[in-house]
Write a protein of this length. Structure first.
Length: 122
């Protein structure tokens, strides 16, 4: 009975600290449990037709986060570019953050965002 209570308490704590990911099919979070919420919204720029994505969120802690946006064409082929390198961002507790990434070409139509507490490998 005591073990069951301990497991239940651990489960409640983990669920209570879970990231509210408004874009789970686009944003993949690893080892960044201090995120309150995160979301991605994309649009197409009028000036050149390139897609851009804005990532927004908030954290429970002052910390450094790393993010990487990987772009894909309509056939699902990865678009290699220095624009897809890992980026470091300093975020402050309870302060909203906004990151913007621009597609490397007009052929890039889809993306995935990776967020972690350490640099993201290529």
């Amino acid at each position: 009975m005591r073990k069951m209570l301990m497991f239940a308490l651990a489960g409640i704590i983990l669920v209570g600290c879970a990231v509210q990911n408004a874009s789970p099919d686009k944003i993949f979070v690893q080892d960044a449990s201090y995120l309150k919420h995160i979301a991605a919204e994309d649009s197409v720029r009028d000036s050149d037709g390139f897609k851009q994505v804005t990532i927004s969120g908030e954290t429970y802690e002052d910390t450094d986060l790393f993010y990487r946006v990987v772009w894909f064409d309509a056939d699902g082929i990865k678009q290699n570019s220095i624009l897809s390198n890992s980026n470091q961002a300093i975020v402050r507790r309870n302060q909203p953050f906004f990151w913007t990434a621009i597609a490397p070409s007009a052929r890039a139509t889809d993306y995935k965002v990776f967020v972690s507490d350490r640099p993201i490998e290529q």
